[in-house]
Design a binder for this molecule. Structure first.
Ligand code: MN
Length: 138
């Protein structure tokens, strides 16, 4: 058994996020399961770049209002209590909406030395605005 305190938070890298995003490592998985848990704070208009997870990802929204979108599909609004299960290899992005913070837990599998996230291009302002407009229509 291992008991430790929550680790210090770190700003998300500009190569993989747009806007101000902070990541708080809760637990870094070890063998054999390598299940890792992070808490992510998105400021308004901030979001991940497009990406995939080799072993999938589960998000649990704990606060605020946000957006998730799979490549080629309509964007979905996210609020507290929503759970998102991204399949392995499913290209997507997630982030806050234009006016609110969004906070979610992120559970991912994968060896810490071989990050199981494949990062793509940033979500452009045009893609982001289009996603917000879809939310308004739904
Ligand atoms: Mn993801």
């Amino acid at each position: 058994m291992e008991i430790h305190s929550v680790q210090p938070s770190h700003p998300g890298q500009a190569t993989t996020f747009t806007g101000l995003v902070w990541r708080t490592p809760i637990h870094e998985g070890s063998a054999p399961g390598f299940l890792s848990l992070n808490l992510i704070h998105f400021t308004p208009e901030s979001r991940t770049a497009w990406h995939t997870h080799d072993f999938g990802q589960t998000l649990v929204v704990v606060e605020g209002e946000g957006v998730v979108q799979v490549r080629g599909a309509r964007a979905h609004w996210l609020g507290a209590g929503d759970v998102v299960a991204a399949s392995p290899g499913e290209e997507h992005w997630h982030g806050a909406d234009g006016e609110h913070f969004m906070v979610h837990y992120s559970l991912v599998e994968g060896h810490p030395d071989r990050p199981a996230v494949q990062w793509g291009t940033h979500v452009s302002d045009g893609e982001y605005q289009a996603a917000l407009e879809q939310l308004g229509e739904s």
